[in-house]
Design a protein around this ligand. Structure first.
Ligand SMILES: Cc1cc2nc3c(=O)[nH]c(=O)nc-3n(C[C@H](O)[C@H](O)[C@H](O)COP(=O)(O)OP(=O)(O)OC[C@H]3O[C@@H](n4cnc5c(N)ncnc54)[C@H](O)[C@@H]3O)c2cc1C
Ligand code: FES
Ligand code: FES
Length: 492
């Protein structure tokens, strides 16, 4: 963190943009609309739900020969996180004065009415076709799962995607010039972006010295910075922090962005576990676990939407500690371990011993999550997980449950079961584990599980489900998990 600068540099449509004098909490969306007057990108909800603000953000690929893009919700991303990256908005698509094939097809198929959702939809589809020019219907609906359209209906949009994909060679963005520009703005070390001059409450303007957006390159720098500034706000994917900025008007003095820290982007695979660095995206984790833990991958496929999964992280989900956090039941069932770091010291904490109450955990001042170690399933070990929510994707759980066990002499053994949505933090269901342990599946009584649920949790109706529904569904998931395995064993 040797360099200190007040300039954010990124590539936009074949040019380097240098931004000075912005607040460190200005969102990419606000900058686009208010400063650049690129008003094609819309604001619907400002909380990641509607997709009207979707843009593409690119980084040099590993070989440094091209640009890898993801979609992001520009309403949630802070402008300084763009430093060193490339940005594409709906205005970027009119290369050579022609519309992109996705736009042409949207027009031809009458896939837009009021048009408010259209730029975001177009960007989601263009992003998908950069790596997948022959999508299936499921690929298309997955890509669009974070884009809400209230007037057109999705059939013409899906038809338009198929039609555009007839022109495979025209789908790729004309961005070769961006490669050299991205190399030009690459910094040897990530700088401290000293963005001062915060607008606190209009019309009071207060300038605070010392406010910073810090973007270190190494985990040692993160640890040292947190010791100096224990109240700094860590930002990984920004899907929670962006909400706090937009909806709670939080303006942290010190923001510590982890997106450029090499060690935190790494995944290590051994025969026993995956070690997932704290800024590895959920989308990457989904692909990592898919072959061995398809149910975990399915829970992740239903986690938010692609723009959320491309940026959000397991560490952010765990540190945020919401009672309905979706990754935690899966990770607890698998006995995931957290590697916590404080200065030069690290310690391991089992995720099932991490939470001490509602959004409370054992992390100490200046400590942070460096990595998550996820045990890989071993021979004979069964894993199942399922999320219950009103909508299939981009929705919050009523409950999400996960289980692991092995069968010894036809009896359930080494059972680990965890839920979210039943208690102040995601947690193992120890009383139900005890009921299942050592039993044959046909010996497990629904009434016993009901009783354990009634005794273990405070019955509370919530916005997303009544307690009667939640507790019934929790019991039924347990029965489904143990019976699914029985039928699989029989079939084999
Ligand atoms: C539209 C939308 C849909 C969503 N859908 C779901 C869903 O389906 N299921 C679900 O469970 N959640 C969902 N979320 C919540 C959120 O996306 C997740 O909690 C996500 O995993 C947070 O990760 P992040 O990297 O974006 O965290 P950030 O916003 O970057 O950080 C979240 C918190 O964790 C802290 N933090 C980040 N990294 C570390 C670290 N390494 N060490 C210590 N503290 C750290 C931050 O300071 C902050 O307090 C959704 C959110 C949105 C906006
Ligand atoms: S404005 Fe709705 S997702 Fe960003
Ligand atoms: S066209 Fe109006 S919201 Fe989609």
């Amino acid at each position: 963190m040797s360099e200190v600068t007040n300039t954010v540099r990124f590539v936009l449509d074949g040019q380097i943009v240098e931004v000075k004098g912005e607040r460190r909490t200005t969102t990419v969306l606000d900058y686009l609309r208010e400063d650049l007057r690129r008003t094609g990108t819309k604001e619907g909800c400002a909380e990641g739900d509607c997709g009207a603000c979707v843009v593409m953000v690119g980084e040099l690929n590993e070989a440094q020969t091209g640009v890898d893009y993801v979609t992001v919700n520009s309403c949630l991303q802070l402008l300084p996180t763009l430093d060193g990256k490339s940005l594409k908005t709906v205005e970027s698509l009119k290369a050579d004065g022609h519309m992109h094939p996705i736009q042409e097809a949207m027009k031809d198929c009458h896939a837009s009415q009021c048009g408010f959702c259209t730029p975001g939809i177009v960007m989601s589809l263009v992003n998908m076709t950069q790596t997948n020019p022959s999508p299936t219907r499921l690929d298309i609906t997955d890509a669009l799962s974070g884009n809400l359209c209230r007037c057109t209906g999705y059939k013409p949009i899906i038809d338009a995607t198929y039609k555009a994909c007839e022109h495979k060679n025209a789908l790729h963005l004309k961005d070769q010039g961006d490669v050299s520009l991205l190399k030009e703005i690459k910094r040897a070390d990530q700088p401290t972006l000293s963005l001062e001059g915060e607008i606190i409450v209009q019309p009071v303007v207060r300038t605070k010295k010392g406010n910073e957006f810090v973007s270190p390159s190494s985990v040692v720098e993160v640890a040292e910075y947190l010791i100096k500034h224990p109240n700094a706000t860590l930002v990984a994917g920004s899907s929670e922090v962006g909400l706090q900025v937009n909806k709670e008007f939080r303006r942290p003095d010190h923001i510590l962005y982890l997106g450029h820290v090499k060690e935190l982007k790494e995944v290590q695979t051994t025969s026993a576990f995956w070690r997932v660095g704290a800024v590895v995206s959920l989308e990457e984790v989904l692909h990592l676990v898919k072959a061995e833990l398809p149910d975990f991958a399915e829970v992740l496929r239903r986690f938010g939407s692609p723009p959320i999964r491309f940026t959000a992280t397991l560490a952010g989900n765990i540190a945020n500690g919401s009672p309905i956090g979706d990754s935690m039941p899966c990770l607890m069932a698998l006995n995931a371990q957290l590697i916590l770091r404080h200065g030069a010291k690290t310690r391991r904490v089992a995720l099932d011993a991490f939470y001490t109450g509602l959004k409370k955990n054992v992390m100490q001042t200046s400590e942070f999550i460096e990595a998550i170690e996820i045990p890989r399933p071993q021979a004979g070990q069964f894993f199942a997980a399922h999320k219950i929510s009103k909508r299939f994707e981009q929705d919050i759980s009523a409950t999400c449950a996960a289980i692991t066990y092995v069968k010894k002499n036809d009896k359930l053994s080494q059972v680990r079961l965890a839920f979210n949505g039943l208690s102040p933090s995601p947690a193992r269901a120890l009383a139900i584990e005890k009921i299942l342990e050592g039993k044959r599946v046909e010996e497990v009584l629904a009434a016993e599980i009901d009783q354990a649920i009634a005794q273990s949790y405070n019955a509370r109706d919530g916005l997303r489900a009544t307690w009667a529904y939640r507790s019934l569904v929790a019991r039924n998931l347990v029965l489904k998990f143990i019976n699914t395995e029985m039928s699989e064993v029989t079939a084999a």
